[in-house]
Design a protein around this ligand. Structure first.
Ligand code: AMP
Length: 545
């Protein structure tokens, strides 16, 4: 039997139209480090129409890839709206990639045009001879355009058009945008989103059991728009009519705190490393963070002490979320269950997340799905309407399993659908035949008052195969010793988990999206450039615990 419902396509165009018509007076605020520039949704929609008209006049057609090399700004939002809605494909370029990787993804995607902020042109300049597919660079803002033939100024292009672009009717399954994974091994892999996947994902982000984004929110978009669609928040915020506060390149704690105090956001999303900096800075400068109702944290394990610190010191509720570029990125959100007494909130919020509506998740050990008992460990596999079913022009069969995406994350799931990630499959440490969770060791170490950052990697060991090496950054002025740190861990983890090898650094290397870069730490260990203190204090294998 057929339904009698109408069958309108689920497109970003309908998101654009809704926000522009219903929330024309919500605002987009871009921060330049000192001042803010404000435009209402109605004005942004008009500028998006001009951009689409200009791109069409340049000969861009449906399906063409258009790259963006931008921070979080109004112009980037205009590209988020104009490019998919004219039928082209928005390719957000991660400006922190190594030059070779940046050149690789531009070529692999076949970008015909790149919209680049003038201040970022120096990143592109050395790559120009290799970018064979790129016909034009459109430059946003003022800057030195020498070395770029065929460069055009963004504002000139918009000035030459009217705001009456006739948006085409699109197939909801056509490509809207693409993003490459920041893959720590091999070349980055391209994930192509559709209008439909983006539409459904945007609705899910607005659900109360996810982030509950609504028209009374002012969203401070810290997570970059070049990483996993900024967690879908530009589209969800537009759909819901939330004000969007865009901090540009000013992601350090000091300017962020100024922006927060001035603009009073209610919601934000960021990786734990940025939130850690924010917490330390706001604490020592008595910054006012009271405007936040919730801050979503994810992209890497969120240390429970960070969640507690934000709550106790600033009354800010951190909600942990899990996802990946491949999952648009929403996968799971750690909203506490409905019967949770207030004193137990923190336990639930410290979990990795509860499976989000629309996502199916299972944990697999080999071919066997493990029980939902919160104990059995395996690799997390997911599927759903905003989970990728393949990579762009790369087969990668090892990443899929009977229609499920293999996430490479290892963890457990309990009877209510809360997952707990113990590690990336490649980061988990196998010592004496048993597993040590690097994430758990890091969380425990970062709960020590003298530790600013902790990253634990497995290194080869003759007797136990692998042992943990703890790489730490101490807080300024700290004099804590290895023995004190070992004693601190002794009632928190199994005795044989406690590292013997310790390395104290000025900074943990970070990946292009701000996560601890364990690959770089492993490489430094292999090169012998880490100074390692050894403490032969204890047992090093499970058999001796
Ligand atoms: P990306 O595609 O760069 O967003 O990276 C996705 C990966 O980040 C996931 O596969 C996880 O390994 C990691 N990740 C994201 N969120 C979390 C979280 N809340 N806890 C632990 N790991 C996370």
């Amino acid at each position: 039997m057929q339904s009698t419902m109408q069958d309108g396509p689920l497109t970003i165009t309908s998101i654009l139209r809704h926000g522009a018509a219903i929330h024309a007076d919500s605002e987009v605020v871009t921060f330049d480090g000192r001042d803010t520039q404000r435009t209402l949704f109605g004005g942004v929609a008009e500028r998006a129409a001009r951009l689409a008209a200009a791109l069409q006049r340049l000969g861009l057609k449906p399906g063409d890839r258009i790259g963006t090399l931008c921070w979080n700004t109004r112009e980037h939002l205009e590209a988020y709206l104009a490019i998919p809605c004219m039928g082209a494909v928005l390719h957000t370029l991660n400006l922190r990639l190594f030059p070779d990787q940046l050149a690789y993804i531009i070529q692999h995607a076949g970008d015909r045009v790149i919209l680049a902020e003038a201040s970022l042109l120096p990143l592109l300049k050395p790559l120009v001879p290799r970018l064979k597919s790129v016909e034009r660079i459109i430059v946003i803002g003022d800057g030195d355009m020498s070395g770029f033939e065929n460069a055009l100024a963004y504002e000139d292009l918009l000035d030459a058009e009217t705001g009456n672009f006739d948006w085409p009717e699109l197939d909801e399954r056509s490509a809207s945008s693409m993003c490459y994974t920041t893959g720590t091994t091999g070349n980055p892999k391209g994930v192509v989103y559709s209008h439909r996947s983006t539409y459904l994902h945007s609705m899910a982000i607005c659900m109360a059991s996810v982030f509950g984004v609504g028209s009374t929110d002012r969203i401070l978009l810290i997570v970059p728009m070049f990483h996993a669609n900024a967690w879908g928040l530009p589209y969800s915020g537009w759909l819901a009519g939330s004000d969007l506060l865009l901090p540009g390149r000013h992601l350090q704690a000091e300017p962020l705190c100024r922006l927060i105090e001035k603009e009073r956001p209610t919601f934000s999303a960021a990786v734990p490393t940025i939130l850690n900096d924010l917490c330390q800075y706001a604490g020592s400068h008595a910054s006012d963070l009271s405007s936040f109702r919730t801050v979503a944290a994810g992209g890497a394990a969120v240390p429970p002490h960070l969640i507690r610190d934000f709550q106790d010191r600033f009354g800010v509720r951190i909600i942990q979320a899990w996802g990946m570029t491949e999952t648009s990125p929403l996968g799971a959100v750690a909203q506490p269950p409905r019967d949770c007494p207030p004193e137990e909130e923190m336990i639930w919020r410290s979990k990795t997340g509860r499976v989000a509506p629309g996502v199916e998740l299972r944990i697999v050990d080999g071919e066997r799905e493990v029980p939902w008992d919160g104990l059995s460990i395996g690799e997390i596999e997911v599927r759903g309407p905003w989970v990728t079913g393949s990579y762009y022009r790369e087969a990668a069969p090892e990443r899929f399993h009977a229609g499920w995406l293999r996430t490479g994350d290892v963890g457990t799931i309990d009877s209510r659908g809360y997952i707990q990630i113990s590690d990336r499959a490649k980061d988990i440490i196998k010592s004496g035949g048993e597993w040590i969770s690097s994430v758990e060791l890091e969380n425990k170490l970062m709960s020590h008052p003298d530790v600013a950052e902790a990253s634990v990697i497995g290194i080869p060991d003759e007797r136990w195969d692998e042992r943990p090496l703890a790489c730490l950054v101490l807080k300024a002025g700290s004099r804590v010793t290895v023995d004190e740190l070992r004693a601190f861990l002794s009632d928190k983890v199994a005795r044989w988990w406690i590292p013997e090898r310790w390395s104290f650094l000025l900074e943990i290397p970070k990946t292009s999206v701000g996560k601890f870069d364990k690959k770089a730490l492993r490489a430094r260990n292999l090169e012998g450039t880490l100074t390692i203190a050894i403490s032969e204090g204890g047992a090093a294998g499970p058999s001796q615990d």
